[in-house]
Design a protein around this ligand. Structure first.
Ligand SMILES: NC(=O)C1=CN([C@@H]2O[C@H](COP(=O)(O)OP(=O)(O)OC[C@H]3O[C@@H](n4cnc5c(N)ncnc54)[C@H](OP(=O)(O)O)[C@@H]3O)[C@@H](O)[C@H]2O)C=CC1
Ligand SMILES: CC(=O)C(=O)O
Ligand SMILES: [Mg+2]
Length: 658
């Protein structure tokens, strides 16, 4: 049975002045969930002491006493005050936190109590706050009388009001800040808005607005939203992970901020990306918010503007490189596995390509890792191309591809397309690669450049004369599909689109670069310059375009279609490694979701309004592949994986409190 701390029953739920700090429950989930879950399952929880203190901004906070036990224990030689290493572990490595083993008989034990958030602290707990939606009964039971005005609203009415408010803002960044504030105030309502209004709010919490938010992150920073691991934490990364208030983590999105969208090095301010991606993991893929951990690794920045910016939030130094960089990454990856086990998914996001490929190769064999920019993008683009075949004709191996940009996205997509071609033709992958050409900042990648190319470009160095410009490359290669992944805007010029159109009845043109300012061309330009013949999709969304009396709605070729469902598939199957065939499985599931009606409208992706159904199908296909490959650990395999995936998805509907 649980014991309740009487102080908490008085309404504010805090035993005072224990002098411990850590995660402040006032702005984040935690306490109550633990209580509810632990009460139900009768699991004892040792880290639910609350405390009051003053935050930087001077607001009241609750403090979770996760570290209390180690603080109150006598220190041994070499131990720091916050040393959390297990004092005694049984053979399976299980820490004896309750003092049950013979080996810990001589150690002090803190009698942890479990408390229920109520009253003021309940209203300040974003995971449990319902604002005006607390019922009369809940207001009585949870000491809320007088703390709320008399009216009781439904969640739907709250949603209507908030959407109305958000629509009043004309500046996208204001909408972004409003959404982040909502996430910090009332998490379920935040996700309700996002799930129900996904097409309207995706551009707010994700690209393009998240790009501007990262650029101005220092100025709009209010409360930390993820875990910051900087060079200062070297040697203490495991300890830092333990500061995070949640223990059961399923998905980590981590960046080092060096290649944020097409905006370059934004250092520590890249945090907006893991936060945004994980919001999509929950809203689009149904992974529980409490199981998501955004991380930014701060090794400095080479962005001079940020280094001089008085509001910059990161380390003020040039980027660490080489051994120093890899040591910190290695400590992080090791700590992740130590703390969360084998099945936590680590998604690398927006690393620069000189680290991204190496990190993926290095940890791909030891951890469950996924690089969204290389692999997620590949999967989404392959799906779009396969779907587009219905509109442009031919089979995949019959097409010829030209990329502008030969980095993570470009070579990642190229490789997955080649893999799929080879599966279809049974020809060696080297043969399939010959149908794919890439242009980088120095021109077409050809064999005469091979010696000076980065390793990930070498497979694409085909025999050809040097070609210096994209336009020239389009003219001589005559691709049927043109893909922009350069991070440089306005590079698909009128001449380039016209050259594509003169070679193809229906040119497939994908301008993947984000945010909108970096898009290789706009939807309007693609349709106008191709005289309405292009099949077009872009990384960031464009409004429908009217051309010669016809309305063209372009799709969004963005990895957001893939990673939420892909991650869910890994989670529900308990997969321990990512395999290329899982990327193909995700791609296949996405392509199948394009309806005849979508095709009639020239779309090669289904609308985001169906994304949860799409994600469930992607998850099921990925999980099925994980079982087939023997990489799944959650046994027995559920019969109906789509139904199972749906049943596992987070729902933002308010729960009733006892
Ligand atoms: N829609 C989506 O889902 C996704 C979109 N992206 C977007 O794709 C873009 C690129 O990302 P990523 O591949 O990771 O970046 P990388 O830095 O890895 O690659 C960029 C590539 O573009 C080339 N390049 C840069 N400038 C030019 C130029 N003026 N002309 C020709 N080539 C040029 C670079 O050449 P060089 O090697 O010579 O320097 C490099 O090959 C970003 O804008 C990103 O936001 C990324 C992932 C997903
Ligand atoms: C979408 C994405 O991952 C990027 O632009 O980097
Ligand atoms: Mg990215």
């Amino acid at each position: 049975m649980i014991s309740l701390n009487t102080a908490n029953l008085m309404g504010h739920g805090c035993s005072k002045n224990l002098g411990i700090s850590g995660w402040c429950g006032g702005d984040k989930r935690k306490i109550s969930e633990k209580v509810v879950l632990r009460v139900n399952s009768k699991v004892r929880e040792h880290n639910n002491i609350h405390n009051t203190g003053k935050e930087e901004e001077g607001e009241e906070k609750k403090v979770i006493g996760r570290k209390m036990e180690s603080v109150l224990k006598p220190l041994r030689d070499g131990e720091s005050v916050l040393d959390l290493s297990p004092r005694s572990t049984v053979s399976g490595g299980v820490e004896d936190v309750y003092g049950e083993d013979r080996a810990t008989e001589d150690q002090l034990v803190t009698p942890w109590t479990i408390s229920v958030a109520s009253g003021w602290s309940l209203l300040r707990d974003p995971q449990y706050n319902k604002g005006l939606a607390f019922s009369e009964k809940e207001r009585d039971a949870h000491y809320l009388r007088g703390l709320l005005p008399p009216t009781v609203l439904t969640q739907l009415l709250q949603e209507k009001k908030l959407m109305h408010n958000i629509r009043q803002y004309k500046v996208p960044l204001q909408k972004y800040v409003a959404m982040m504030e909502l996430q910090e105030r009332n998490e379920r309502l935040f996700y309700k808005l996002l799930v129900d209004n996904v097409e309207e709010l995706l551009p707010v919490v994700y690209t393009p607005t998240v790009g501007e938010a990262c650029q101005k992150y220092g100025s709009i920073f209010r409360r930390p939203q993820g875990l910051y691991i900087s060079l200062k934490e070297k040697g203490k990364v495991l300890e830092v992970l333990k500061n995070w208030p949640e223990r059961t983590i399923q998905v980590i999105v981590v960046t080092d901020g060096e290649r944020i969208l097409g905006l370059g090095d934004l250092g520590c301010q890249g945090m907006g990306i893991p936060v945004g991606k994980l919001a999509l993991y929950t809203a689009l893929g149904g992974v529980r918010p409490s199981a998501c951990l955004p991380v930014t690794i701060d090794v400095g920045t080479n962005n001079e503007t940020l280094l001089k910016d008085e509001f910059y939030i990161g380390l003020r130094q040039k980027r660490a490189t080489g051994q120093e960089y890899y040591d910190l990454l290695d400590e992080f990856m090791t700590a992740v596995k130590q703390n969360y086990g084998e099945k936590v998914l680590v998604q690398f996001e927006d690393f620069a390509n000189h680290n991204a490929f190496e990190l993926l190769a290095k940890y791909g064999t030891t951890h469950l890792v996924f690089n969204d920019d290389i692999q997620g993008t590949a999967s989404v683009v392959l799906a779009g191309v396969v779907a587009a075949l219905k509109l442009i004709g031919g089979t995949l191996p019959e097409h010829k591809f030209l990329f502008l940009g030969a980095g993570e996205a470009g070579t990642g997509i190229a490789e997955l397309i080649a893999l799929e071609m080879s599966k279809q033709t049974k020809a060696p992958i080297e043969e399939s690669r010959k149908k794919i050409w890439l242009v980088d900042s120095k021109g077409l990648i050809v064999s005469s450049r091979k010696n000076s190319l980065q390793h990930f470009k070498k497979p694409w160095a085909h025999e050809h004369e040097p070609v210096n410009s994209l336009l020239e490359a389009v003219k001589v290669i005559k691709p049927t599909v043109l893909i922009g992944s350069s991070g440089v805007g306005k590079t698909f010029t009128k001449e380039v689109v016209e050259a594509m159109t003169s070679n193809n009845d229906k040119p497939l043109i994908l301008a993947l670069s984000n945010p909108t300012s970096q898009s290789e061309c706009t939807a309007e330009e693609a349709y106008q310059w191709s005289e309405g013949r292009a099949i077009f999709a872009s990384g960031s969304p464009f409004d429908p375009v009217e051309y010669k009396g016809k309305v063209y709605a372009s799709g969004q070729a963005n990895n957001a279609y893939i990673f939420p469902g892909f991650g869910l598939g890994l989670v529900i199957s308990g997969a321990i490694r990512v395999h290329d065939d899982m990327l193909l499985a995700a791609s296949e599931a996405l392509a199948k979701q394009v309806s005849e009606e979508n095709y009639r409208n020239g779309l090669i992706y289904p609308p985001f309004s169906n994304i949860r159904k799409i994600s469930a199908n992607i998850a099921a296909n990925v999980a099925a592949k994980a079982y087939e490959l023997g990489l799944a650990t959650r046994l027995p395999r559920p019969q109906d994986l789509v139904k199972y995936a749906e049943s596992c998805m987070y729902t933002p509907v308010y729960r009733n409190y006892r």
